[in-house]
Write a protein that binds this ligand. Structure first.
Ligand code: MIC
Ligand code: SF4
Length: 643
């Protein structure tokens, strides 16, 4: 029996386990990436492991998130990351060089390699045939130290693409279509593999848009073949030698299949407040808009920007619209400046920002009250834009640019029916002067630590008997943006967990941090898909700091569940989902002999003392995860192993 691409990539990196879906495997990690919002803690954790030089083939630290320096904190953290990287063998992409996923695709990604990144959109690398997985910072730290990455062997879904996109229909519309079919939790435990003759009609940036936003499916990752289109891209990036062809075998098997005829697609939009709430742009047309943001790791490539510039050329942004554009990388920005496309954007009235995450992570540009914002980004969770009552619609660059001119949601096919043709350049502008190689000699480098860097919390070994309270009860699809919001005000404290704790869960309940302090922690009760969205470990580390012992939910998102285990907070599932309704805020929850039961694989029952009922909990952890939980988190576990 032949292999699909996902299986080939896993097989060639398998360290332990067997490729049986649902079982635990571990793989060798070739490359890692971090960004600055997760990087500071990841490097603090790496330092605590006492490893001198990273053991990966290539590790890169990017500065792209915390770029608004309204105080010393971000600049200090950047200096810390720069020096710690230089000391330990990590390449450093300076602020101004671009968004991690875009730059990594351009300059470092290699087909056939594995990439672990402390950012949920790391699967962007799947666009060139990498096995690229988003994880918490601690998993990246372990990988940099030479440790394997442990994961649940996923099922593989084949998305069979036929035909060709019509003019003004974009790669974004393909992934929005997949989201409408699978939902934000439909990808959990799965790799999404793209196949079929439609694949070769898609350029690398288009493929990367699709794999990037596969994160919104909850998938482990997404992957495309590495073919002649990939080779042309790498050649244009001046690195044809990095190419390796990767295809599925003729007789490859898949666990599921979805068929999409590209020719049948039309422009789509993800409506508030979820990336899977899909409608056609046609159905929404005529809706007045207030803001348009173009960029983010999903849609900020050279070809995306050139299309936008072509649409804006000779036009003026509608009076009711603020148009913001952030190119994805210095390479893209440079090329737009050199060929005059930037002038077309400026002339039309665009507010051009530095190449970074920008509005996607609320480094400015929050919409007006109740504002309607069209964004080419990948997430539109409620409040994520920085304005609590704003309505964010996720659309393609074509739809965004055309709508910025008309001032209302507009199907781009009605304005430019013939479409826009933008050629992939034969050679990109290559200048890696903003990527610093590490020092040859570690001893020459002194790591600089600003006053914002505070120790991160480490858990205690698992205790035997718990008498806790239900500290918070939340509904379905709680995102990490609910748990630990981002934004220019809070992000500067990513290396200061005590300060961050003041904002924990405040989007759901203003009183949460105060109550957690007063009650000395407790247990969180969650619904379906708890912890969806980002990889931010802070959504586990801050609750740990506030004394959270466990989360009992109906289901969990993959990365967040791993982050909880890594920090020693137990992610329990309800044995009977109906029990969710039998717990209220403040209920006294008792679990006896929990350590013995978990380590011996015995059933765990939580007694709701307030209501005098027993609530059975599902314990579905792998052996190694049980050891991590018992040790009180990954760092304690690693120390025990190294003794
Ligand atoms: C995001 O898009 O939510 C982020 C900010 O990139 C996060 C990482 C973080 O919170 O630092 C992600 O996607 O993992
Ligand atoms: Fe940055 Fe937004 Fe991409 Fe996250 S989703 S990496 S914040 S551009």
């Amino acid at each position: 029996m032949g292999y699909n691409i996902a299986q080939k990539l896993i097989k060639s990196h398998l360290v332990s386990g067997q490729m049986i879906p649902g079982t635990e495997i571990s793989i060798k990690v070739d490359q890692t990436l971090t960004q600055d919002a997760t990087g500071t803690v990841a490097y603090l954790q790496f330092e605590s492991m006492g490893v001198d030089r990273v053991k990966t083939e290539r590790s890169v630290a990017y500065i792209d998130h915390n770029t608004l320096q309204s105080g010393f904190e971000n600049a200090d953290d950047h200096r810390y990351i720069q020096t710690v990287c230089s000391k330990h063998g990590i390449y450093f992409s300076r602020p101004g060089n671009g968004i991690c996923h875009q730059v990594h695709l351009e300059r470092f990604g290699k087909p056939g390699k594995t990439l672990l990144g402390s950012d949920s959109h790391t699967p962007t690398g799947g666009g060139i045939g990498m096995l690229a997985i988003g994880v918490g910072g601690l998993d990246v730290a372990v990988a940099m130290g030479g440790g394997a990455y442990y994961l649940t062997m996923p099922k593989v879904v084949k998305v069979n693409l036929t035909g060709k996109l019509s003019p003004m229909v974009a790669a974004k519309d393909i992934i929005l279509k997949v989201l409408s079919l699978m939902s934000v939790k439909g990808g959990v435990g799965k790799i999404i593999e793209y196949a079929g003759e439609g694949v070769k009609t898609l350029s690398v940036p288009e493929r990367a848009t699709i794999t990037n936003m596969g994160a919104e499916l909850g998938a482990t990752t997404s992957v495309f073949p590495a073919d002649e289109v990939t080779l042309a891209f790498l050649t244009a990036q001046g690195r044809p030698e990095d190419f390796t062809p990767i295809f599925a075998d003729e007789d490859a098997q898949y666990d599921e299949q979805i068929d999409i005829d590209l020719a049948s697609l039309q422009p789509l939009a993800a409506c508030p407040h979820s990336p899977d709430n899909i409608k056609t742009v046609q159905d929404l047309s005529g809706m007045k808009i207030d803001q348009v943001c173009i960029g983010s790791c999903t849609n900020s490539s050279y070809t995306d920007m050139m299309k936008v510039a072509a649409i804006l050329k000779g036009k003026t942004v509608a009076p009711n619209v603020s148009l913001v554009i952030a190119p994805g990388s210095k390479q893209v920005f440079n090329m737009l400046a050199q060929n005059g496309a930037l002038a077309d954007m400026i002339c039309a009235g665009a507010r051009v920002m530095e190449c970074a995450c920008g509005p996607c992570i609320v480094m400015g540009q929050a919409p007006n009250s109740g504002g309607i914002s069209l964004r080419t980004f990948n997430r539109n969770f409620e409040g994520r834009s920085g304005t609590a009552d704003a309505q964010v619609f996720l659309v393609s660059p074509e739809t965004a640019a055309v709508s910025a001119i008309t001032g209302e949601m507009t199907d781009p096919r009605t304005v430019i029916p013939e479409g826009i043709s933008v050629q992939m350049p034969e050679r990109f502008f290559i200048n890696d002067n903003m990527i610093l190689a590490p020092a040859e000699n570690s001893a020459d480098v002194e790591v600089v630590r600003g006053p914002n860097i505070k120790p991160f919390p480490v858990n205690k070994p698992l205790e035997e008997n718990w008498d806790e309270r239900a500290l918070l009860k939340v509904g379905d699809n709680i995102t990490t943006d609910h748990i630990m919001p981002a934004g220019a005000k809070i992000l500067p404290y990513r290396s200061n967990i005590p300060k961050m704790s003041e904002f924990c869960f405040t989007r759901c309940d203003e009183e949460f941090p105060k109550r957690a302090q007063e009650w000395g922690g407790g247990i969180i009760i969650g619904g379906q898909n708890y912890g969806q969205g980002s990889s931010r470990e802070h959504a586990a580390l801050v609750p740990l700091y506030l004394g959270v012992k466990a989360v009992v939910a109906k289901s969990f998102a993959r990365i967040h569940m791993a982050n909880l285990i890594n920090s020693g907070i137990i992610p329990f599932l309800f044995e009977n989902e109906a029990d969710y309704d039998r717990i209220d805020l403040g209920d006294e929850l008792v679990i006896e002999n929990i350590r013995t039961k978990i380590t011996q694989g015995l059933p765990v029952v939580m007694h709701n003392k307030t209501k005098n009922i027993d609530i059975p909990l599902k314990v579905t952890f792998f052996e190694r995860q049980i050891e991590i939980i018992a040790a009180g988190g990954m760092l304690n576990y690693t120390k025990q192993q190294n003794k």
